[in-house]
Design a protein around this ligand. Structure first.
Ligand code: CMP
Length: 138
């Protein structure tokens, strides 16, 4: 069990002014922000980040959306980080997200769902390394 996970605040939530609200929920749940940056992904970079979904029917839509505006990428630290963060963000489809979760509060739809959270320790490390150099993670 690693104590770090990776998150992105997606273009819908950034455009709608929810960076602060989402970071407040993350801090209130006991996560420490280890590294953070605001940037915009090219379609090539978004495609690379989500390459694991390349064969899915929604891949094109996902890549287009994730490169459509600014995102906030961050590495978060807490005991049991991956699992606890997935609980905090709630179900991928906000229609199924529980009360008190970030997606219940801020997500618009299964595609425009406000935040990403790594689904395993291995992917948390891969995704964190995608955005941050060793010098930025402390
Ligand atoms: P995320 O946790 O970022 O990882 C993959 C993303 O694919 C997921 O969140 C959803 O936003 C997106 N996704 C999953 N299923 C669909 C779908 N049916 N249509 C559009 N996007 C989807």
């Amino acid at each position: 069990m690693s104590n770090r996970t990776f998150t992105m605040i997606k273009p819908d939530a950034v455009a709608n002014g929810h960076i602060g609200g989402i970071l407040n929920m993350i801090n209130a749940a006991g996560f420490r922000i280890v590294a953070m940056k605001m940037t915009q992904l090219s379609t090539a970079k978004a495609g690379e980040f989500y390459a694991v979904h390349a064969e899915r029917p929604f891949y094109g839509e996902l890549v287009e959306f994730m490169s459509s505006g600014h995102i906030v990428a961050a590495i978060l630290e807490k005991d049991n980080a991956v699992e606890d963060f997935r609980k905090l963000i709630g179900a991928t489809n906000p229609a199924n997200a529980e009360e008190g979760t970030i997606r219940k509060k801020y997500a618009e739809s299964i595609g425009r769902n406000a935040v990403h959270g790594s689904d395993s320790d291995e992917n948390a490390a891969i995704e964190g390394n995608f955005f941050f150099s060793g010098l930025e993670k402390f």
